[in-house]
Design a binder for this molecule. Structure first.
Ligand code: CAA
Length: 259
């Protein structure tokens, strides 16, 4: 794995990779170097057969307080249009293995956009979510107007984007933005426990499941159902499908091969 300066990489448990944003002095503001490092780490994890699930986290005070305003402030329209950093966001969105965001504290702007690009979000009780870009005279530029609206609906997304309305952890839970709210002391542990459980499951089926659920955000119903059907059929060409069903019939635990 490459050397990193702004993120920390760990393998806390069998099958689990962990990426920790590490710019605590600026509340993990996302500059282009951090985004490059996240994309590089995910690219390495995607081809590592010993990593089946990845957790992306920050610290208790901030998952990330947004894109780095110091870096962005002097940019021109051309700079933004030609910014190759968009590829990093695509790398994250296209990461084929399950990606869990374990968030706490500020989850703002690009930070919320990054967390929403992950598959599952687990929040500490202290998490606060928002798209406050309007305060800077801009709008969300990495999916905030699109992914947030699909989750929380138009009226609330509009309030958040037009008027910088923030959500607390319980509101985010009620809206389905996060799947679980847990005490601050245990949010990372909780995400790790979930990651371990998922990592122990059939790897090819996990990737097919992720692809199919994500298709619900990209495709209309008939195309989505078609893709699901193809993924479902493809799994009948794997040893894991035979093993899973035989194990059920023989009343034993399945041993997944990942093939
Ligand atoms: N970019 C760069 N630096 C940031 C930052 C950001 N997004 N957010 C916080 N920081 C820095 C602050 O400048 C400060 O640095 P110094 O100590 O060197 O002054 C340090 O982090 C601590 O921040 P505060 O002193 O402001 O801490 P606070 O507790 O008083 O306030 C906060 C916390 C409410 C999150 C406040 O920092 C804030 O409003 N941050 C900006 C949030 C924001 O606007 N995010 C959207 C960014 S734009 C974007 O993300 C575009 C996109 O869609 C891609």
């Amino acid at each position: 794995m490459a050397e990193f300066e702004l993120i920390l990489i760990e393998k806390p448990s069998d099958g689990v990779g962990l990426i920790r944003l590490n710019r605590p002095k600026v509340l993990n503001a996302l500059n282009s170097s951090v985004m490059n490092e996240i994309a590089t780490a995910l690219t390495a994890f995607s081809s590592d057969p010993n990593v089946r699930v990845v957790i992306l986290t920050g610290n208790e005070k901030a998952f990330a307080a947004g894109s780095d305003i110091s870096e962005m402030s002097g940019k021109t329209e051309t700079n933004i249009l030609q910014d190759t950093g968009v590829r990093n966001w695509q790398t994250i969105a296209n990461f084929p293995k399950p990606l869990i965001a374990a968030v706490s504290g500020f989850v703002l702007g690009g930070g919320l956009e990054l967390a929403m690009t992950c598959d599952i979000m687990i929040a500490s009780e202290s998490a606060r979510f928002g798209q406050p870009e309007i305060n800077l005279g801009i709008i969300p530029g990495a999916g905030g107007t699109q992914r947030l609206t699909r989750v929380v609906g138009k009226s609330l997304a509009m309030e958040m984007v037009l008027n910088a309305r923030m959500l607390n952890a319980n509101e985010a839970l009620r809206l389905g933005l996060v799947s679980k709210v847990v005490p601050l002391e245990t949010y990372l542990e909780n995400a790790l426990e979930l990651a371990k459980q998922i990592a122990a499951r059939a790897p090819i089926a996990l990737q097919a499941a992720k692809k199919s659920v994500n298709a619900a955000f990209e495709l209309g119903l008939s195309k989505g159902l078609e893709l699901e059907r193809q993924q479902f059929a493809m799994l009948f060409n794997t040893s894991d499908q035979k093993e899973g069903m035989n194990a059920f019939l023989e009343r034993r635990r399945a041993k997944w091969q990942g093939k």
